[in-house]
Ligand binder design. Structure first.
Ligand SMILES: Cc1ncc(COP(=O)(O)O)c(C=O)c1O
Length: 380
């Protein structure tokens, strides 16, 4: 009889809700994929390299041209000197990078701290490594860090702490002061950080993204994970990277080479060229998405949903307690199936879901789609 290694894991809520949206012909504001295509120049470069015979195995850690561009980028944004030879690894999506980092450093019996609501790929990766996940809830109502609870959760078994900023699903962001507090808590301990920063270029209202790469002390203890899928509206390409000190990258690559070995060649060449040619794309992304967030928030202003505009990511949390007593899972099922708009509930991202009535909408959609969804939400 087969014994499941992940007995509690079902199909991810993103796939479940996207399928429900399709089955019920609902507007899909659930799963986070943009309506807009990636930049035209980038698409041209992809076909140039595809037709230019860049179709064989690229190097295991990623093509040197792309790693060099990543090094230039992290220097520019985070004043971080990362050696492209030894500290930067290109992966098949951030999902792979997160998985590799966990497998590289977590052993049987180790504890890994995650903050609930936590992105749903973290815990299964820890379980496969034989570790235990310790869930520390973010504090309500603003989904900030609860430093006392984190301090209580740390012990001699703690091996890794997984942070995520800008945060999916909450849209909250960590500040430099947060990173300082984290560094203080783990100082002198054998604890590493896995920092999921896939929404690094979506931060609003004049805030800056605080990366572990810009924090001298955390940089030495961290795997920092980024995704080209988010940045270039190309989630289907599954291209991402991890920046980590040499010693950590060495272990990371041991896993990476036997999970995927490498990732598609022509897309790597295209992104390397595009990063060199069009650095303004990343500079403009926050204002592009801030506009989208503002548009969506304005559209649902007259609804009975309560919300604080998201500080980052392309997600907006809303409180529906004035509309319904249903649980969040019941509520998203109801609005998807009976009202025609799909959202994501928060319960699946918690070990112990709170009694809050909050769901997540994704606003990386055309204005027309957002308007149709908002009209429905305003009628609830
Ligand atoms: C917080 C977070 N981390 C990681 C990922 C995975 O990124 P990728 O598509 O590059 O695997 C996502 C995708 O939605 C995400 O929201």
């Amino acid at each position: 009889m087969l014994q499941s290694k992940l007995p509690k894991v079902g199909t991810t809520i993103f796939t479940v809700m996207s399928k429900m949206a399709q089955d019920y012909d609902a507007i899909n504001l659930s799963q986070g994929f943009p309506d807009f295509d990636c930049p035209q120049r980038l698409r041209e470069l992809v076909s140039e390299h595809l037709n230019g015979r860049k179709n064989q195995y690229p190097p295991m850690a990623g093509i040197p041209e792309l790693r060099q561009q990543i090094a230039t980028k992290v220097k520019h944004y985070y004043a971080c000197d990362a050696d492209p030879e030894t500290e930067i690894t290109v992966t098949s999506g951030a999902t792979e990078a997160l998985f590799d980092a966990v497998q590289a450093v977590v052993a049987a019996g180790d504890e890994v701290i995650v903050f609930d609501p936590a992105y749903d790929s973290y815990e299964p990766a820890v379980q496969i490594a034989g570790g235990h996940t310790i869930h520390v809830p973010l504090s309500l109502p603003d989904y900030g860090m609860d430093w006392d609870r984190l301090a209580q959760a740390i012990n001699s078994h703690t091996r890794l702490i997984i942070i995520n900023s800008p945060h999916n699903p909450c849209g909250s962001v960590l500040t430099n002061a947060d990173l300082d507090a984290l560094a203080t808590l783990i100082r002198g301990k054998n604890i590493l950080i896995l920092s999921d920063e896939v929404y690094e270029h979506m931060v609003y209202d004049g805030l800056q993204h605080s990366s572990v790469l810009a924090h001298a002390e955390l940089r030495e203890k961290s795997f920092a994970v980024f995704s080209f899928g988010k940045t270039y509206h190309a989630t289907g390409w599954k291209l991402a990277y991890c920046v980590a000190p040499k010693e950590l990258s060495e272990e990371f690559r041991k896993i990476h080479q036997f999970v995927t070995f490498t990732t598609s060649s022509f897309v790597q060449y295209a992104i390397a060229d595009f990063m060199a040619e069009c650095p303004q794309h990343t500079l403009e992304l926050s204002s592009f998405y801030q506009e989208k967030r503002n548009t969506f928030c304005e559209m649902i202003k007259s609804s009975r949903l309560k919300f604080t505009p998201s500080k980052g990511t392309y997600f907006q949390l809303v409180d529906y307690s004035e509309i319904s007593d249903k649980t969040d899972v019941e509520f998203v099922n109801y609005i998807t199936q009976e009202k025609g708009v799909a959202a994501i509930p928060l319960a699946p991202f918690y070990e112990t879901p709170p009694a809050t009535k909050v769901v997540r909408f994704c606003f990386c959609k055309d204005d027309g789609t957002l308007q149709k969804a908002a009209d429905i939400l305003c009628s609830l």
